[in-house]
Design a protein around this ligand. Structure first.
Ligand code: ZN
Length: 231
């Protein structure tokens, strides 16, 4: 696993203007999930790295686990401090559809969440998707203004092209994410881009094609509208 500084260096070498760092949250201790203390330390480190650099930015993010009861693995006041919050299911894959949907819908209703990670949970050739009702999920994403991930890892490709197309038709933004834990995996981006091309997505439908200022305002808008809806 590479540290944020070396990930930044590798992303910059690929011509990127920014990169989001989002490690796993605390309940995933087997995947070295971060305690609140370590998460906030990492956030401070990322702020320092950004101050040293003028033409490249890191986003201090988190991939927060959607727990089996639909709550998130950190309290809201911690999520609110992060630049980007990805919510994902990593446990309880065998739950019936209503439970899975309750979890996904609760996560998307949280105003601090920007994005749902690997929305179907499939691992190609190894694990079927959990019991997600995709049409319903897309409508919830559209209503709550949340983005969905195209996870570019070779054994995920999740969302796939057909689902990404359906999302875009409803105006749901996509984010192509390599899920890279080390610099070498940043090259998986091409697989995610291939999915997006097959889905006939235009660059403006993919949030991480935006320049830094536009991305910042889209992320802020997503949170602001969630907070207003909730109040
Ligand atoms: Zn994940």
């Amino acid at each position: 696993m590479n540290d944020p500084a070396s990930m930044a260096q590798a992303a910059r070498a690929r011509g990127y203007a920014y990169l989001g760092i989002a490690d796993h949250s605390r309940s995933l201790s087997i995947a070295r999930g971060l305690s609140i203390e370590r998460l906030l330390q990492q956030r401070a480190l990322i702020r320092e790295l950004n101050e040293e650099s003028e033409d490249f930015r890191l986003l201090a993010g988190i991939e927060v686990d959607i727990l089996p009861d639909g709550s998130l693995d950190y309290p809201d006041e911690i999520l609110a401090q992060m630049d980007i919050v990805i919510a994902s299911i990593h446990t309880g894959f065998k739950q019936e559809q209503e439970k899975i949907m309750h979890r996904l819908e609760s996560a998307l209703a949280n105003p601090h969440v920007h994005l749902l990670g690997h929305p179907s949970g499939r691992l190609l050739g190894r694990r079927s998707p959990y019991q997600v009702d995709l049409d319903r999920l897309l409508l919830v994403a559209a209503r709550t203004g949340k983005a969905l991930e195209i996870n570019a890892t070779g054994d995920r490709l999740d969302l796939g092209a057909e689902a990404a197309r359906a999302a875009a038709e409803l105006g749901v933004p996509l984010v192509i994410n390599t899920d890279a834990h080390e610099a070498g995996h940043l090259q998986d981006m091409r697989y995610g881009v291939a999915v997006a091309r097959r889905a006939r997505l235009e660059p403006h439908q993919v949030l991480n094609t935006l320049d830094w200022e536009e991305l910042q305002s889209r992320l802020a808008r997503s949170r602001a509208s969630g907070l207003t809806t909730k109040a």
